[in-house]
Design a protein around this ligand. Structure first.
Ligand SMILES: *Cc1c(COP(=O)(O)O)cnc(C)c1O
Length: 386
């Protein structure tokens, strides 16, 4: 049945429990499953390999991303590492250089020791991706919108390049969520999520997921996951599943709040620039309109007055908690230079456009007037600091 997103978020994989009728998927807090016979069980044997609570989450996420298969992981980074486990020594990956700091760290500090090579390119220009492809390229890796600068990468264009070379396209879809963007429908092979962010949505559980449509690729990923063991426990799967039920309403409200905040900050004398893909003059706006159903809840700004102003602004905010992460119901402010992007060398950050004046806001679900009032008093603090 062709049900809508909101319906699938609440029902896909979440039929009443067959054993008891429990309406809500139970937390199957068990390691092992009693066999009917030495060669027969009810579909589950051992909870690293599979667990019914996790399976419910996986079915739901697959449905929301429009793929046939999903795998849930212990964290977003475990999901990132999971994709890499289908590669071998000597393989080459083309990576969009504007990417999550943890992925960058894995690609530059860990995997080169396993003789996997990475080329970092500006993927907002797909011709740069095409230029970097080699005979050994097995994967193209992108994010869109990017963190923290909210640049937009043309997913379909990258998919075409990857497919021409017989390479996989992986899209880290954490910022957009399946509510706003479905990479598989745009030609990607893998949609990746840190479910820690919007999908969980309440900043109370770390998790990750991959969604794919290809059965053979699913089997390879699943084999590697079972072999390496980066699975979430049933409680974490359950919390994530509870979060995802409200993803659609939350994303609509996050976007409404972000649009109010972005409008309020833009043109203020204390603010040098505001990035939000919903602005018609955002360089990626047209591509975003084409591949997304909305512009998301993150707003990034550069303050006039550099580091002192940005620091004062971050620390003066009251409703926006100063912390890592994003995508929760509560508003968060981050300082990429020293926080989320600390893993990048300074010159690399500058080349990308991240400076000591850059501040990232994850706009939560509080009242937008209250959020704007909080931003006003923080702008006053920024002004006083320079
Ligand atoms: C947070 C994040 C990750 C890593 O996820 P964890 O759940 O923290 O391991 C990967 N990609 C993006 C875009 C993220 O924001």
């Amino acid at each position: 049945m062709n049900r809508k997103f909101e319906t699938r978020a609440i029902h896909a994989g979440q039929e009443p429990d067959t054993a008891t009728g429990a309406t809500i998927t139970p937390v199957y807090q068990t390691v092992t499953f009693t066999h009917d016979a030495v060669d027969q069980n009810k579909g589950f044997a051992y909870s690293r390999t599979g667990n019914p609570t996790r399976a419910a989450l996986e079915t739901c996420l697959a449905s929301l991303e429009g793929g046939r298969f999903a795998l849930a992981y212990a964290s977003g980074m475990a999901a990132v590492a999971g994709t890499m486990q289908v590669l071998s020594a000597g393989d080459h990956v083309v990576v969009a250089d504007d990417l999550y700091g943890g992925s960058y760290r894995l690609f530059t500090r860990v995997l080169p020791r396993y003789a996997i090579r990475f080329s970092f390119v500006d993927a907002t220009r797909p011709e740069e991706v095409a230029k970097a492809m080699e005979p050994a390229t097995k994967m193209v890796w992108i994010e869109s919108p990017t963190n923290p600068l909210l640049r937009i990468v043309d997913v379909a264009a990258c998919a075409q390049i990857a497919r021409q070379h017989g390479a996989l396209l992986v899209v880290d879809n954490t910022f957009a969520t399946p509510y706003l963007q479905n990479p598989l429908a745009l030609g990607a092979h893998v949609a990746l999520h840190s479910t820690t962010k919007y999908i969980g949505g309440h900043s109370d559980v770390v998790g990750g997921a991959l969604v794919v449509d290809d059965e053979e690729l699913h089997q390879r990923l699943k084999f590697a996951q079972n072999a390496t063991g980066g699975v979430p426990g049933p409680w974490d799967a359950w919390l994530t599943l509870r979060g995802v039920k409200t993803l659609a309403v939350r994303m609509r409200q996050h976007e409404r709040g972000a649009s109010r905040v972005a409008e309020r900050l833009r043109g203020r004398p204390e603010v040098a620039s505001v990035a939000w893909p919903g602005f018609a003059d955002h360089p990626g706006h047209d591509v975003a309109r084409r591949q997304m159903r909305g512009f998301g809840g993150i707003v990034t700004l550069d303050l006039v007055g550099g580091a002192p102003a940005a620091r004062a602004f971050c620390e003066a905010l009251e409703l926006f908690s100063l912390g890592e992460s994003l995508g929760g119901v509560e508003s968060l402010v981050g300082y990429p230079w020293l926080m989320s992007h600390a893993a990048f060398p300074p010159e690399e950050k500058r080349r990308k456009g991240i400076s000591e004046a850059t501040v990232r806001l994850s706009v939560g679900l509080e009242d937008a007037d209250d959020l704007c009032a909080d931003l006003e008093q923080a702008l006053a603090a920024a002004r006083a600091a320079v």
